[in-house]
Design a protein around this ligand. Structure first.
Ligand SMILES: [Zn+2]
Length: 91
């Protein structure tokens, strides 16, 4: 579940950064993913393992028809309880 929630969060964040950088097309995004605590569906904050495969699937679904459509996502799992963008390339 967190994979799909996180996919939306990541795409929103990348779009915000791309707008700041005035990019019209994003080609590559590098992201680090730790264990992210989230609250959803009536449950309080908890941690779930993130499936990179589900995350990729979720990102490509959310990114459809945006300037992120077709961008390559380099996803690296890291220790810790956060996720962060490490790089965004585009033009
Ligand atoms: Zn959950």
């Amino acid at each position: 579940m967190h994979d799909f929630l996180l996919a939306k969060e990541i795409v929103d964040e990348v779009l915000a950064v791309a707008k700041e950088k005035r990019l019209s097309k994003v080609e590559k995004v590098s992201v680090e993913i730790g264990l992210v605590a989230m609250a959803h569906d009536g449950h309080g904050e908890h941690v779930e393992d993130i499936s990179v495969e589900n995350l990729r699937f979720g990102i490509s679904a959310v990114a459809k028809n945006t300037i992120l459509d077709g961008a390559v996502f380099d996803i690296v799992k890291v220790a810790g309880e956060h996720w962060r963008l490490t790089a965004i390339d585009g033009e």
